[in-house]
Design a protein around this ligand. Structure first.
Ligand code: ATP
Ligand code: MG
Length: 395
């Protein structure tokens, strides 16, 4: 299942010009405190951090974007260039394990650099939509804009003023965030805060002309492409570096952990980490959550031939399989202890196009239009190849 989803995504990413980037699992802790932000769930309570033999503080990566930016800066990949990267692999967060939430989980992510307009955001969202379609996954798209850094700052102040007036009604987490990461309070899942937050100042009232134009550019493009979305005023994403567009795909079939995929524009991060100012957008999806939603499993590379055999004929069967592989076919030979009956079951569930019964003096062929045909061992390769090729041409 995982291979099928990954190879579907891999093909799709390549179809949009994304190249795979392989990133280390370990980075200096400081990278995450700077990139993700100190007052975030990830840095405050979710990182696996340890001191190594040199006395350096290292962390298992909790997410992919920071490492991608770090690597891109080191490789000089951003200067006057546009880049589209994708990555995949395990991420680590110290959380209470439960459905949809694990300490080691897996993300697939895309990051695009050097493109400042809403077009790349629209394209990235279309890529996501294409992936959901290919896998038969139902999602809803939520979008919002944080505006320019100036809009964000003005809004932040208004929000702090408002929430400070109601400090007595806040919970401990929110009170702590009020000074250092007030936008994150809008993300709070505490139902007791719902009314207070609904009545809070609205981001949209602080959008500048530039922010409105950027966001309008995105929503126009999505509408034109027939992509449904909901503008969600309280969607802010927790991280310090987001500007302009943020988005999430959610599913009603996931229970409490409803977000499958999340992303946004982070124009400030490359500079924050020591590179030249570079516009950037990205998203990351959680594979564990995604695979539970897949209803249409894409084909993985299928097996061409399954060989059923027994101890006396094993060596000949292995040689026959090698000869078929020379012709480019994928072949599995059964080399375990099971009898013919259960080997037949395995052959069926393997999805192989042909089954060979290679036990006696002759070989019986099944599948690819060969039901029951018998051939001598010496003619088996030619007979099998002819049938598989003939079937391929017939398709
Ligand atoms: P949540 O609100 O669910 O904690 P998040 O904001 O921490 O999500 P991101 O950092 O945006 O999540 O990660 C992107 C995606 O990775 C999520 O939408 C989700 O699908 C997946 N994800 C995040 N944390 C976990 C986890 N602990 N276990 C499984 N999947 C996860
Ligand atoms: Mg989380």
């Amino acid at each position: 299942m995982w291979t099928a989803v990954e190879s579907c995504a891999r093909t799709l990413f390549a179809g949009y010009g994304y190249q795979e980037i392989r990133l280390p699992l370990l980075e200096h802790t400081e990278l995450y405190t700077r990139a993700v932000g100190e007052v975030t769930d990830i840095v405050e309570k979710e990182m696996y951090t340890f001191v190594d033999r040199n006395g350096d503080s290292l962390s298992l990566r909790p997410e992919g974007t920071a490492g991608c930016v770090r690597a891109g800066i080191e490789a000089g990949a951003f200067h006057n260039q546009t880049q589209r990267f994708w990555y995949q692999g395990p991420m680590f967060r110290h959380e209470r394990p439960q459905k949809g939430r694990y300490r080691q989980f897996h993300q697939l992510g895309v990051e695009a650099y050097g493109m400042a307009g809403p077009d790349i955001e629209a394209e990235m969202i279309l890529l996501g939509e294409r992936l959901w379609r290919a896998l038969g996954v139902k999602t809803r798209l939520l979008v919002n804009s944080l505006g320019t850094p100036a809009c964000r700052a003005a809004y932040r102040q208004a929000l702090v003023d408002y929430l400070a007036r109601h400090a007595a009604d806040l919970d401990d987490d929110s009170r702590r965030r009020l000074e250092r990461n007030p936008l994150r309070i809008l993300d709070s899942k505490n139902p007791a805060l719902a009314d207070l937050l609904d009545a809070a100042p609205k981001l949209a009232d602080y959008w500048s002309g530039e922010a409105v134009a950027h966001f309008q550019g995105l929503t126009d493009q999505l509408t034109e492409a027939g992509v449904a979305f909901t503008v969600t005023p309280r969607l802010v994403r927790g991280l310090d570096y987001y500007t302009h567009t943020v988005f999430e795909w959610v599913s009603d079939a996931l229970g409490a952990q409803a977000t499958v995929c999340a992303g946004g524009r982070y124009d400030g991060l490359v500079e924050e980490l020591g590179g030249a100012a570079t516009p950037a957008v990205g998203f990351a999806l959680g594979l564990e959550r995604l695979v539970t939603l897949v209803t249409r499993w894409p084909q993985t590379a299928p097996l061409d031939v399954f060989v059923i055999t027994g101890t006396p004929t094993r060596r000949k069967a292995v040689a026959l399989a090698e000869a078929l592989r020379e012709h480019g076919f994928a072949v599995e030979v059964y080399l375990g202890p099971a009898g013919v009956k259960s080997q037949i079951k395995r052959a069926q569930s393997s999805g192989a196009r042909m089954t060979l019964y290679a036990q006696g003096d002759e070989i019986e062929l099944d599948g690819a239009g060969a039901a029951g045909a018998r051939v001598a061992w010496s003619e088996a390769v030619l007979a099998v190849v002819a049938r598989l090729r003939g079937q391929r041409e017939g398709e």
